[in-house]
Design a protein around this ligand. Structure first.
Ligand code: ADP
Ligand code: MG
Length: 224
């Protein structure tokens, strides 16, 4: 269970304050597929980076299982990010000079998984997301956007995370490819029982998730 309580994030620059996340509380049970929608500037990315411990809240709590991740420091924080969370970004964020296979192996290297195991699991994950053998040996520059996002999804799954956080994962894709990527995420949330939280602009995509959180000016205004 992910439980967010009275979460706030204030950005200050000079005399101006932006309440990017304004007193948000919600919870997501394990294995659920949730989406966050809202206009540009409503606080979606800020909320997601707080959930992934990429940024610290001004106040409030984020319980992941029995751990309050806002209290993690240094090593514990890095280890939480690396082992419990998988990130997927709009712009894929793959390492350009590594092959698809090596990109998926990388998080497992940080987690000190032996090389042979890393290779086996990376291959299995890439098969699972539908990237063919020959393409697994290619660098990202020689893959289409949809293929790169498949690699990014396989990479996010590498360390069997509890939680996958995706920021507009279909934002750079045409609508048909976007739908395929979305269906893939949905399958994963079912088969792997992984909690997935995805930010999206696409209302038709959000409508298919288990729960929808809508943000407006940093506030949670309604959920389904
Ligand atoms: N690092 C930052 N410094 C100052 N203001 C920020 C920063 N990040 C985001 N903001 C502001 O916080 C608000 C929410 O931004 P963001 O979370 O990126 O929205 P969204 O992802 O919904 O478009 C916006 O007003 C934005 O300008
Ligand atoms: Mg954003």
């Amino acid at each position: 269970m992910l439980q967010v309580t009275e979460l706030k994030k204030v950005f200050k620059s000079g005399d101006t304050k932006v309440l990017a996340v304004d007193d948000i509380s919600f919870s997501v049970p394990d294995g659920q597929f949730a989406s966050i929608i809202g206009r540009s500037g409503s606080g979606k990315s800020t909320l997601l980076s707080l959930l992934g411990a990429l940024d610290k809240p001004t106040s409030g709590h984020i319980m992941v299982g029995d751990k309050d991740i806002t209290k993690l420091r240094d090593h514990a924080l890095i280890s939480y990010r690396g082992s419990k969370i998988g990130f997927i970004f709009q712009s894929y964020n793959l390492v350009p000079n590594l092959t698809a296979l090596e990109n998926v192996m990388l998080p497992m290297e940080f987690a000190k998984v032996p090389k042979k195991k890393r290779q086996e699991r990376a291959k299995k994950l890439l098969d699972q997301v539908g990237l063919k053998d020959d393409k697994q040996k290619r660098k990202p520059g020689r893959l289409s956007g949809g293929e790169q996002q498949r690699v990014a999804i396989a990479r996010a799954l590498a360390n069997k995370p509890q939680l996958i956080l995706a920021d507009e994962p279909t934002g750079n894709l045409d609508s048909q490819t976007g739908k395929m990527i979305f269906d893939l995420l949905q399958d994963l949330s079912r088969t792997e029982h992984t909690t997935i939280i995805t930010v999206t602009h696409d209302v038709s995509i959000a409508g298919k998730t288990d729960v929808v959180f809508k943000l407006q000016d940093g506030k949670l205004i309604k959920d389904k």
